[in-house]
Design a binder for this molecule. Structure first.
Ligand code: ADP
Ligand code: MG
Length: 715
């Protein structure tokens, strides 16, 4: 089928398509929830009591699994998995590619009588050895010694992934080299959780608050995505290859009317969403909210927050379930940060907080001056951390896709700043003015003595343009890209905040009991004086802010390659090393992998644009010229003059666009051949400008690529 018929057929098929019937719940949600998870309830049913108790201890304290019980646990897991139809198991891990990886092994073991038994040993549970030579390691592991191993992380429960023809037991694991270097995203995430827990507990202890047990980081990751029809998708080679459109004009009506956001959800999409929710619930993922987003064809899914490590695993599964379920419904789920130019891109709001050992949210202002003081200390620590390390925080969300959001005129910009809201900013200003007893200017707040005013938690009060916003009892880091793993940003967040806690704890621990409040007041006052430049409550998208931020000396790093340099900056290497989150070689390996990923993405986009221009776009322009030539000849043979000039003008416009396009193709081609990566984004933009102009001139019946008006509206 030629391309034009492909486009036309797709539209006709979608128009006549009946909605995929939702599977319909056979069981109540309370029964579905967690049915595919080897959770505490299931463990209790399947394990002897002493074994269960030991495993519970391991999970609660994040310690290593007692080898003595490994066989019992493995056996129980196997029996449970087989009862769920599983034939295989896999160590499920998160390599530096940013996705997840799995290699299935079946449970079968020959019984030496010509048959098989189903077997799964403790050693297979605890440790796996995938042949990992093809995963990017950034030089951490030469190919000839490619072995890496995966180790079970019992704090994230095993689960079952199933499809119509079978099921597999997935064991969440960390992935390391034989020399102990982290080859994945989970290992440093777990390390960062330990580090922040340790330092946060020092602060709590200084306040004489409960500090037995762990301080836990929490995460609620709101996931944005696009859905488009599968048939239209297959008629767009750029979407298939690059997950984003390299060409295309927004139609006259797109998101200006703001009628899609929170609008009534189409039946076909609702069927898809219901299917997704049910699968997520069965995996024990607390999917809570679903709605239409700002751009047409854009949606969001938000879960209830969980312990960070689990929430990161769960977000990886959310992305997978979204993709797979979309296909089942004849749709494609696009997680790219910017699949369509001119309308909103997709992010992932990273809601982050800390919970004390006694279960209190440490970013909750609290109910009395003592709790307020703890809250303000944590708040100021975060202000200090974000200001001192804006560069590394920015680098944690750097990617080719996200460059189209950050620094462009939408979504939180590449300038990292903190939104506190008016009331909290006022408190901060009072602390700055107030200080110790001596300087008691009007309205100053004395920490540990005065109570905080009631802070609003109302959603309408929130500034949606801030990259890092305090939203009542948590921070929302909004610069994370939709397709990214949340591990990276949270590793950075935990580490920089841990460092800040460390500095504060050093001083508080030295303070005499009777001076405690004064010392604290002084510490916080100093932090605010030094770091208040990072606080900004205004419109982050405005040009004025860019100027103001420059005046304040805040970094504004727009492009990924520049931003990634922070990963290997001397002081950052020192910090990650000091807090035992990432070693120098682990950081260098990450830098290599991310730069390489960026370069490859741009080369692919460049080549794809060339390919489509040469084989689809330019031939269309020729056809259009031919049509016009025929029309002009027709007029001439009929002896008519009218119309000839106008047609000639069209022909000239198109002919000159062909010249512009050809020139752009030549430059892009050269840049690709020279691996001149840094020029590619601008060249792609120039080429796109001309191709998009052609789209607006060409006969719709000749245009082979589904247009934005179709991709975004026909589904
Ligand atoms: P919105 O930001 O869309 O107005 P909410 O504030 O209700 O929505 O919540 C957004 C996300 O933040 C949800 O995933 C929610 O579970 C999560 N969240 C709420 N409290 C916390 C917390 N203490 N730690 C981490 N995430 C949280
Ligand atoms: Mg939000």
């Amino acid at each position: 089928m030629d391309k034009i018929s492909l486009r036309r057929n797709a539209i006709a098929n979608i128009a006549s398509r009946k909605s995929e019937k939702g599977i319909g719940k056979e069981k109540p949600i309370t029964e579905i929830y967690g049915e595919n998870v080897f959770n505490l309830k299931t463990m209790k049913d399947y394990l002897p009591k002493p074994v269960y108790k030991k495993l519970l201890f391991t999970i609660k304290h994040g310690t290593a699994l007692d080898a003595e019980i490994a066989d019992d646990v493995a056996n129980a897991m196997k029996r449970w998995a087989i009862s769920k139809g599983a034939s295989h198991y896999t160590h499920w891990f998160q390599p530096l590619t940013g996705s997840t990886a799995e290699k299935h092994d079946s449970f079968i073991e020959p019984d030496l009588e010509g048959g098989v038994m189903m077997d799964f040993s403790g050693t297979s549970l605890i440790k796996g050895e995938p042949d990992a030579s093809s995963f990017p390691s950034g030089g951490l592991r030469a190919t000839f010694e490619a072995r890496g191993y995966t180790a079970w992380d019992p704090t994230s429960p095993a689960f079952i992934k199933s499809c119509d023809s079978g099921a597999v037991l997935c064991i969440p694991t960390a992935f390391c080299s034989y020399t102990g270097e982290a080859l994945d995203k989970k290992t440093p995430l777990l390390r960062s959780m330990q580090t922040i827990s340790y330092q946060a507990k020092r602060i709590l202890k200084a306040f004489k608050a409960d500090s037995e047990g762990r301080v836990v980081s929490t995460l609620g990751a709101e996931q944005e995505y696009f859905l488009i029809d599968k048939e239209l998708y297959y008629a767009r080679p750029d979407l298939v290859q690059c997950s984003r459109t390299l060409f295309g004009n927004v139609p006259p009506k797109h998101q200006q009317m703001e009628d899609h956001y929170f609008g009534a959800i189409k039946d076909r999409v609702l069927d898809f969403m219901s299917d997704v929710d049910e699968q997520l619930w069965s995996l024990g993922i607390p999917a809570k909210t679903r709605h239409n987003e700002v751009s047409p064809a854009q949606f969001e899914l938000a879960p209830i927050f969980e312990e960070l490590n689990l929430a990161v695993d769960h977000n990886m599964l959310v992305m997978e379930v979204l993709r797979k379920t979309a296909e089942k419904h004849g749709l494609i789920c696009l997680l790219h940060e910017k699949p369509f130019a001119g309308v909103n891109g997709s992010g992932k709001h990273n809601n982050w907080s800390l919970v004390s050992p006694d279960g209190r949210n440490l970013l909750e202002p609290g109910h009395n001056p003592h709790e307020n003081a703890i809250f303000l200390t944590f708040l100021c620590a975060i202000i200090q951390a974000v200001d001192e390390h804006a560069d590394i925080l920015r680098s944690s969300v750097a990617s080719a896709g996200n460059d189209h959001r950050l620094g462009a005129n939408e979504a939180p910009p590449a300038i990292i700043s903190i939104f506190l809201g008016d009331q909290l900013t006022d408190v901060i200003e009072q602390i700055e003015k107030g200080g110790a007893k001596s300087a008691k200017t009007g309205g100053a707040m004395r920490i540990g003595v005065d109570a905080l005013p009631d802070l609003p938690k109302d959603a309408t009060d929130r500034n949606r343009t801030s990259p890092f916003a305090f939203t009542g009892n948590k921070f929302e880091f909004r610069a994370v890209g939709a397709s990214q793993s949340c591990a990276g940003p949270n590793i950075v967040l935990n580490t920089i905040v841990a460092e800040s806690f460390d500095k504060i704890a050093d001083e508080l621990e030295k303070a005499k009991k009777e001076d405690f409040n004064d010392v604290l007041q002084q510490i916080l006052q100093n932090i605010i004086k030094k770091h208040k430049r990072i606080i900004f409550n205004g419109d982050n998208y405005s040009k004025e802010w860019e100027k103001e931020a420059a005046k304040r000396g805040l970094p504004n790093i727009k492009k990924t390659p520049d931003s990634l340099k922070a990963i290997i900056a001397g002081e950052n290497i020192e910090m990650f090393k000091k807090y035992k989150v990432l070693s120098k070689s682990e950081l260098h390996s990450r830098y290599e992998v991310y730069i390489e990923g960026y370069n490859k993405t741009l080369l692919i986009e460049g080549k794809q644009a060339l390919d489509m221009t040469k084989t689809i776009i330019i031939p269309t322009a020729y056809k259009q010229i031919n049509e016009l030539a025929k029309a002009i000849a027709g007029l001439k043979s009929a002896g008519l003059k009218a119309g000839t000039e106008a047609l000639k003008e069209s022909m000239e416009k198109i002919a000159s666009l062909i010249d512009d396009i050809s020139d752009s193709v030549d430059s892009l081609d050269k840049a690709i051949k020279k691996h001149d990566i840094s020029s590619i984004p601008d060249m792609l933009a120039t080429l796109r400008k001309y191709v998009d102009a052609l789209e607006l001139e060409a006969d719709d019946d000749l245009w082979p690529l589904p247009k934005y008006s179709e991709l975004l509206f026909i589904y």
